[in-house]
Design a binder for this molecule. Structure first.
Ligand SMILES: C[S@@+](CC[C@H](N)C(=O)[O-])C[C@H]1O[C@@H](n2cnc3c(N)ncnc32)[C@H](O)[C@@H]1O
Length: 447
């Protein structure tokens, strides 16, 4: 019988997300940071019935796919679950992950294309979000450890670029030199909870998330930022909620840029600090361009982009030949979307602020008998039964679905499968080194 702290020899036989799975003495073991085929001595950390979780103490048989990740925090920080796998194997892992989820969770046998690589496999993130912990004078910024809320100090996370490393060091120094008290999750005391930032087209927006009013002098931070960044904006977000949500509802402008301005795929945009924006610019552009290619809008009378964010994709797809609607729940993103439509003189576009579950049925009901084209790009929880049945009611010839979670995707495709067949499905590596994968799908109406 296995006991906690036992050291046993383990062979990795398969994957469950990024963890490997194997059996020892009749127990199913889950072990992270191994590669299928590898043999290791592992220590049992936790047992529940006949399932156990363990960590590697010694690698006995090494996979040829194993590489040494160029990251000093690998293994300690919970951020990158696949950095020990060569990049070509990461792409195969992701293709298999999507295919397995579709088969096991959706009972769907779909042709999954090879995963499209990211143009950049390190330094690709345009977004930084770091918890601020430690104590006054010894503030730590970093990622959480795997399965824990202990912060591993990451002064130079290789997923961010040089900008992220410079900002992390500027902010740590600012906190330590100005007596700033970091947040304590145990008793909810302290002031600074998180540092978040976006860096797109050479412009930086920095948001300090504060546990209530922020009464410290921000001028030293402004000065330090201006030495390293030509164009930046600074904001304070207030979040007093006793939960893990990073941003609160209130964001106050402090100085510098109000928003980032840019142009992607011919669409000019303005981006506020709290609106959603895909984290990997290179892969985002590949997905949007392919989504446009996949959608035949020659017969379209009404286009609806559901979960539209600030609306770059909506504007890539909109046309003077048909009415377009974009549905987004976050008011700041809808304000950005309104600016974007004005900046681009986008014809016949209406931005709707609301829940897709509520707003899509209204749009469908007010456009009876029109030919729809619909795009959905939901958050990880995917669609729901009501949205799936509204999609069927609108009965577009094709639906483009952009998914960031292949498990909920599998459930949704199964739900739609009586009326829609998948005719294209391609994973995209939006998040290299992690086990996350984006998938682009086109569904075609069966009748
Ligand atoms: C994965 S993002 C996609 C955004 C956009 N399509 C893009 O590519 O940037 C999902 C978006 O859906 C929004 N959202 C989440 N739940 C929603 C809901 N129930 N109704 C409308 N929008 C929602 C989020 O605020 C977020 O902007």
């Amino acid at each position: 019988m296995l006991k906690v702290n036992d050291i046993v020899t383990y062979t990795a036989q398969g994957y469950s997300n990024s963890e490997t799975v194997g059996t020892v003495d009749g127990y199913t073991l889950f072990v992270p940071l191994l590669i299928v085929g590898e043999v290791a001595r592992v220590r049992v950390d936790y047992i529940k019935k006949n399932v156990a979780y363990a960590t590697v103490t010694e690698l006995l048989r090494r996979s040829p796919a194993r590489i040494l990740p160029p990251c000093p925090y690998f293994g300690k920080c919970g951020g990158c679950a696949l950095a020990h796998l060569s990049y070509s194997e990461q792409l195969i892992f992701k293709q298999n992950k999507v295919a397995n989820n579709l088969r096991k969770l959706g009972k769907l046998n779909v042709d999954v294309r090879p995963c499209v690589p990211s143009p950049q496999i390190w330094g690709y993130r345009n977004k930084l979000s770091l918890p601020v912990r430690g104590r006054q004078g010894a503030v730590k910024l970093g990622m959480f450890e795997r399965n824990s809320h202990n912060v591993v100090e990451t002064t130079r996370c290789p997923l961010g670029g040089d900008w992220a490393a410079a900002l992390t060091s500027i902010f740590t120094e600012y906190c330590n030199n100005n007596g700033i008290v970091p947040y304590n999750e145990r008793d909810f005391s302290g002031v600074v909870r998180h540092l978040t930032a976006r860096f797109v087209e050479g412009q930086l927006l920095v948001t300090v998330v504060s546990n209530g009013e922020f009464n410290y002098d921000l001028r030293p931070l402004e000065r330090a930022l201006s030495h390293s960044f030509d164009r930046f904006g600074l904001f304070i977000n207030v979040n007093t909620a006793r939960n893990n949500v990073i941003l609160g509802k209130e964001t106050h402008y402090v100085c510098g840029l109000h928003y980032i301005e840019g142009e992607h795929l011919g669409v000019k945009f303005r981006l506020c600090p709290d609106s959603f924006f895909q984290v990997n610019d290179g892969v985002k552009d590949l997905i949007y361009a392919k989504a446009k290619e996949l959608l035949d809008t020659s017969q379209t009378q009404v286009l609806v982009d559901c979960f539209s964010g600030i609306g770059v994709l909506t504007n890539v797809l909109a046309s003077e030949r048909f009415d377009s609607y974009a549905i987004e729940i976050e008011p700041s993103a809808v304000r950005d979307a309104d600016d974007l439509a004005r900046l681009n003189n986008t014809p016949r576009l209406t931005n709707v602020c609301g829940d897709v579950t509520v707003e899509l049925p209204k749009i469908v009901a007010s456009n009876v008998k029109k030919r729809f084209t619909i795009v959905v790009d939901p958050p990880r929880k995917g669609l729901n039964e009501n949205i799936c049945s509204t999609l069927k009611q609108a009965s577009p010839n094709s639906i483009v679905y952009i998914s960031c979670d292949s498990a909920t995707l599998a459930r949704d495709l199964a739900q739609l499968s009586d009326e829609y067949a998948v005719d294209y499905l391609e994973p995209y590596d939006m998040f290299p080194q992690t086990d996350q994968v984006e998938t682009l799908i086109r569904l075609i109406r069966r009748r």
